[in-house]
Design a protein around this ligand. Structure first.
Ligand code: HGY
Ligand code: MN
Ligand code: MN
Length: 409
């Protein structure tokens, strides 16, 4: 093997970054552009500089560490994100960024200079948990979202992305997308149960499923929970509950890759003895098949309209995120499979259930992803876990692929 990943330093870096925004149970909470995210960014930027990378911060706060090559060609870029959801694990996103830095560390130690430069990136607000859309930084990087529109995105408290970037000192001056990679490679945990259940070591990711996030604001009439006859109630909470049951049944009826959940719900006045006059909730629908995703969206919209009419409620729907399925570059997907098998790792081809920065980078350059197993498929959960041997295996596949592609013309 030309160069070998040192599992010890990779695992140590993962452990150290997990201490930033650490929460009960071993996970971390570093919501995008929060103080915790800033602390995580500062730590990783420090590591990039210590590795001799030229660090560039762009207008949406994406950070790229550049290692020169023998020739000034478009780089091989690898990376992911280091922001997390509120109940984040320690591997989602972080693993792909730190594996990229581990590759640089190994190449530095072996005095290997590749033909093409190597870039290690982390993108802003991949999770979309605080600001929508998710994959915001990579979407801007790929030209899919304007900077001003991104700056204006605000969280539940009305705090805007642009102000937060300035506040944490990551409003960079580099034009997003200025570094156009030769290829983009993202190493990531699967976040689902397939590899773990099938005892397969490496997921060869062929695509990312389509994502649809819609927020509904329902307005009814608050009223006394005891005196108001059922026939007179205009209960916003009832519609929310009805949609929750509907989307579950819809996903089960449609089968295949269709999934659905209502991840956020708030009622007002949220008091035990008051019929709620306001419900705000969001529905997350996904499918690998665009036509089926469209069908699911249409059926949810019809259900919402029917219940709103029968309950005499007003409903405002706002699309927060809508990305079609993305197919990764076939040549690169084959090379992922080749390098995994060359290391005698078991493989299986699969779609990604989760969204990733890679799905945006595929708009710019040939892109592929490598998955490693998530124990019991747990993710967005502090108990997210991947065996060290699998973490090291995935990083080795990434390194061998990077070294191959970094020599091509
Ligand atoms: O929602 C997703 O799939 C990703 O974690 N942002
Ligand atoms: Mn992720
Ligand atoms: Mn995630």
């Amino acid at each position: 093997m030309v160069a070998e990943i040192d599992g010890g330093s990779l695992l140590k870096a993962l452990d150290e970054l997990a201490q930033v925004g650490a929460i009960e149970g071993g996970g971390c909470a570093r919501l995008a552009l929060s103080d915790e995210d800033k602390a995580g960014r500062d730590l990783v930027v420090g590591w990039m500089k210590a590795l001799g990378l030229a660090v560039r911060i762009d207008g949406i706060g994406n950070v790229v560490g550049l290692r020169p090559g023998r020739e000034n060609l478009p780089p091989i870029m690898t990376g992911s994100h280091i922001d997390t959801v509120r109940t984040g694990g320690r591997y989602d996103g972080n693993y792909g960024v730190l594996a990229g830095l581990e590759i640089v560390r190994v190449l530095n130690a072996a005095n290997i200079v590749t033909r093409r430069p190597i870039a290690v990136a982390f993108f802003t607000n991949e999770e979309g948990a605080r600001f929508q859309p998710d994959m915001m930084g990579s979407l801007v990087y790929a030209g899919g979202l304007g900077l001003n529109e991104a700056y204006a995105a605000a969280d539940k408290d009305g705090v805007a992305v642009g102000d937060e970037l300035r506040r944490i000192g990551y409003l960079g001056n580099v034009q997003p997308g200025a570094i156009r990679p030769h290829v983009f490679l993202e190493l990531h945990i699967e976040q689902g149960p397939i590899l773990d259940e099938e005892k397969v070591r490496i997921g060869v990711v062929e695509s990312v499923q389509g994502i649809s996030w819609t927020e509904y604001t329902v307005t009814g009439v608050s009223n006394h929970a005891g005196t108001t006859p059922m026939r007179l109630r205009r209960d916003a909470g009832y519609l929310a509950a009805s949609v929750n049951l509907f989307v579950r049944k819809l996903a089960l009826d449609m089968g295949g890759h269709q999934v659905a959940t209502m991840g956020s719900l708030s009622l007002k006045p949220n008091l035990i003895n008051v019929v709620p006059n306001r419900a705000i909730f969001a529905v997350d629908l996904r499918n690998t098949d665009e036509a089926k995703l469209k069908e699911a969206e249409a059926r949810v919209a019809t259900h919402v309209a029917q219940v709103a009419q029968s309950e005499r409620l007003e409903v405002e729907a706002k699309v927060l995120v809508r990305f079609e399925p993305v197919i990764f570059d076939a040549r690169l997907v084959n090379r992922v499979e080749h390098h995994a098998r060359a290391l005698s790792f078991s493989t299986r081809r699969m779609p990604s259930g989760a969204g990733h920065d890679a799905q945006m980078m595929q708009r710019l350059c040939p892109t592929a992803m490598i998955f490693v197993p998530s124990v019991a498929g747990l993710s967005h959960n502090v108990r997210e876990h991947t065996e060290p041997s699998d973490l090291i295996a995935g990083a080795q596949v990434l390194m061998n692929l990077v070294l191959e592609l970094a020599e091509e013309g």
